[in-house]
Design a protein. Structure first.
Length: 150
């Protein structure tokens, strides 16, 4: 994977984990077809929000993972907030005259690749999972960023 105009090793790597809030409630109240539409709309939003050389996909259930790199840790929060803001605009039709919003919690971990060359992806995933569950414990529909020192 290459990043335009920069040495890829100088980038900060991010692993945001996105988890739809209250998905079980949506499925129970409106049916699995509406739940599926929530998943489709979230996937579509992540696809148009990320760059061509980023990665985003569903990893199971109502959970998605995004992978991207930034030149600076300072840029993480604004990017995550932009993703979160775009998710907040998703609405799914549940009846002819009714829509529901799709809300999601985001937990992310970021690190300087050159400082942690031997870190395991599984460790990053655990850190991102912990951050998203922290978001849910704090009231859902939030962004929590855990970053390694650069």
């Amino acid at each position: 994977m290459s990043y335009p105009g920069r040495n890829a090793r100088s980038y900060i790597l991010a692993w945001p984990f996105v988890d739809i809030d209250d998905m079980q409630k949506i499925n129970e109240q409106y049916g699995e077809a509406v739940g599926d539409q929530c998943l489709i709309e979230l996937a579509r939003t992540l696809n148009i929000t990320t760059r061509s050389y980023d990665g985003a996909g569903r990893i199971g259930g109502d959970q998605f993972l995004i992978y991207f790199a930034m030149p600076s840790k300072i840029q993480f929060r604004p990017v995550l907030e932009r993703v979160h803001e775009r998710i907040s605009k998703i609405e799914v039709k549940v009846a002819d005259d009714q829509t529901i919003p799709v809300k999601a919690s985001i937990g992310a971990v970021g690190l300087a690749a050159t400082k942690y060359p031997n870190i395991k992806v599984s460790e990053l995933m655990v850190q991102a999972f912990e951050a998203v569950y922290q978001s849910k414990e704090l009231g859902k529909f939030q962004v929590i960023l855990n970053a390694y020192e650069d």
